[in-house]
Design a protein. Structure first.
Length: 144
C-alpha cells in the first residue's frame, strides 16, 4: 500500500513545489530538440507501460507464477504487484517532472492518465486474493 500512496503524494508535492515557485518551471522549454525527443520517448513508454501494467497478471508466465498456491503465490503477488505499480508510478513521476521542466502539456496529460490508471491496480485485500485465485487456499485467508 505504501508503494501505491507515497508516489502519489510525491507527485502532488512536486506540483505544489513547482506551482508555488520554490522550483523554477520551464527550465528547458527553449530546448526544442530535447523537448521533442523526451516527448516522443515518454509517449512511447507511456503507451507501452500503461497497457502492460494493466494486463500484467494475464501474461502466461505471471499467471502461472500467481496460481502456484500457498506462500509461493503470495511471494509472486508481491513481486509482480510491485512491478505493476512501479511501472505506473514511475511513468507518473517522470511525466510530472518533465511537464514542469519543459512545460509541455503532453507530459501533463500523460501524468494524469497514469494517475487514473493507478486506480485500476489498487492493491486491496480482496483484489489480491482474487489475483492469486485463493478460493481453495484457506491458509492464506486465515493469515489476515
Amino acid at each position: 500500500m505504501v508503494l501505491f500512496i507515497v508516489p502519489i503524494v510525491i507527485a502532488l508535492l512536486l506540483v505544489v513545489i513547482f506551482e508555488t515557485g520554490i522550483l523554477t518551471k520551464g527550465t528547458c522549454d527553449a530546448n526544442a530538440n530535447g523537448n521533442f525527443i523526451m516527448a516522443a520517448l515518454m509517449e512511447l513508454f507511456t503507451l507501452i507501460g500503461i497497457p502492460t501494467a494493466l494486463r500484467l497478471f494475464k501474461f502466461g508466465i505471471v499467471e502461472r507464477d500467481l496460481k502456484q498456491g500457498g506462500e509461493k503465490s503470495l511471494d509472486a503477488l508481491k513481486k509482480w504487484g510491485t512491478l505493476r505499480i512501479g511501472i505506473l508510478v514511475g511513468l507518473l513521476l517522470a511525466n510530472t517532472i518533465l511537464y514542469y521542466i519543459f512545460m509541455n502539456t503532453a507530459f501533463g496529460y500523460m501524468a494524469i492518465v497514469c494517475f487514473f490508471a493507478l486506480f485500476f491496480v489498487y492493491p486491496s485485500y480482496g483484489r489480491c486474493l482474487g489475483d492469486i485465485n485463493t478460493e481453495d487456499n484457506t491458509d492464506i485467508k486465515s493469515e489476515r
